[in-house]
Design a protein around this ligand. Structure first.
Ligand SMILES: Cc1cc2nc3c(=O)[nH]c(=O)nc-3n(C[C@H](O)[C@H](O)[C@H](O)COP(=O)(O)O)c2cc1C
Length: 251
């Protein structure tokens, strides 16, 4: 699977919530696990581990039943939630590109024994996957329910670069991201939370930003540019919190 195939999948992927419970071919499952073992990290200094769970090992508040679940655990270091979003979105796109349905599950957790690890790794998020029992892809980007480009950036000439980012999935479709541009730098911020929204969205919105960053990384790559991430002080619009800076140099 190359970056172009992942990039092209952005424009048709969707969350799958109805699964065929029949098992996948062993060879297909092995390929998925092989791909997942080589995901690109935003920060190689943050250790992560993917664990495959059976339906019986997952507690889900919503009745989505899937034959397979992959659970991301991570070291709890600066930026680890963004990193988890960046990693797992590669898998979400890979699965969709290979004809397999998937859905991020923020409301699911591994069973108690699997939740409490003693090696310093923390449970972050689960992705459900399996054969889809509903149409796998969208046929047109108008089918995506998303903010328009002017609601996520102040620069009009960024439309082509940011279109795939605009289409990124997010928890409750909250789309908390904003992209400001100075020179060859993109400042990424996320909508500030209040006392009511913070307990639910503080974690998810950081994962969402990581998902959007993966789409941005693929979009820059598609334009022949690299995208190193950097954390520094930068101005963000009122009502937003600074997350990260992306340098948009050439390859
Ligand atoms: C971090 C995260 C958590 C999510 N949690 C759930 C969930 O618990 N249940 C669910 O049905 N969908 C969940 N979703 C899927 C979103 O609702 C979905 O991505 C969004 O509505 C956009 O729809 P689309 O993915 O079909 O484009 C989650 C998505 C993300 C990114």
């Amino acid at each position: 699977m190359n970056n172009l195939q992942l990039y092209e999948t952005i424009f048709k992927r969707k969350s799958i919530r109805k699964f065929d419970m029949a098992p996948l071919d062993t060879a297909v499952l092995t390929e998925i696990k092989n791909y997942a073992s080589g995901l690109k990290s935003m920060d190689e200094g943050i250790k992560h581990e993917l664990v495959y769970l059976n339906p019986g090992d997952v507690k889900n508040l919503f009745p989505i039943k899937a034959p397979y679940y992959v659970c991301c655990y991570s070291e709890k270091k600066e930026g680890y939630l963004m990193n988890a979003g960046f990693l797992m979105q590669q898998l979400d796109l890979y699965l969709s590109a290979n004809g397999i349905g998937s859905c991020w599950l923020g409301m699911a957790k591994p069973s108690k024994e699997l939740l409490e690890r003693k090696d310093g790794m923390e449970f972050v998020i689960i992705l459900a996957f399996g054969k889809a029992n509903e149409p796998l892809h969208r046929t047109d980007t108008s089918e995506f329910k998303r903010k328009n480009i002017a609601q996520i950036t102040d620069l009009t000439d960024m439309a082509e670069l940011l279109e795939p980012v605009r289409l990124a999935p997010s928890a409750s479709n909250s789309q908390p991201w904003y992209f400001s541009v100075t020179g060859d730098e993109i400042t990424v911020s996320r909508k500030s939370l209040n006392v009511i929204t913070a307990p639910i969205f503080s974690k998810f919105n950081q994962i969402d930003i990581g998902i959007a960053l993966l789409h941005l990384w693929l979009s820059l790559d598609h334009q022949g540019k690299t995208a190193p991430f950097e954390t520094k002080k930068a101005e963000v619009p009122k009502g937003y919190d600074y997350m990260i800076t992306v340098k948009t140099g050439s390859n």
